[in-house]
Unconditional design. Sequence first.
Length: 213
Amino acid sequence: MKLILLGAPGAGKGTVAKQLTQLDGSVQISTGDILRGAVQAGSELGKQAEAYMKAGDLVPDDLIMGIMEQRLQEPDCEKGFLLDGFPRTIPQAEALKDLLKRIAVDLDFAVEIDVPREVILDRLTTRRTCVDCGAIYNVKSMPTKVEGVCDKCGGSVVQRDDETEEAISNRLDVYNEKTAPLVDFYRNENMLLTVSATSSEVVVNAIQERLGG
Ligand code: AMP
């Protein structure tokens, strides 16, 4: 399957993407994970992206398109891909449309995961992430067995720099201003599936149904 996952930070795009990868071997492509990896590695890309990310602002479109142009042409994308956190602006969506046309790849559709703002705020302030493997925990609903230590890889589990209250509030404003318009963009392309649900299983089922099985 070839899908775009849209939704505010904390809507559950990453969780849904991980569940979908189990179904048919499609790969999850998270621009946020790619950028965090680059920051951790101290690469040129990481240096350029770090300050924007820390403040909860978007990284410039040309940097993101440079990453995605390469990533979407890697062989593992042939089985399918789940775009998690990309596109995030109308110019990115337009550039993606051109890129896919150029490389002759058809998307199935875009999924809007619609979750109430109170749920988003609660999830983001209680979310914790492993700095090594990216595993996601939650201090209330899914804590690590040992505080601060990843159950899966033993790495440190921390609150992301952009999950302070100030950065979260900025990320939600940025989402409403820059990313929410993509819902209309894909609706106009006749490619939108909206699912209003806080359960990832409900979202996954709705996607499978729309895919026809
Ligand atoms: P995420 O993990 O998807 O919430 O992304 C974390 C941060 O990475 C965002 O707040 C942005 O600073 C940056 N980022 C991730 N994806 C994009 C994108 N498609 N366009 C611009 N910035 C992005």
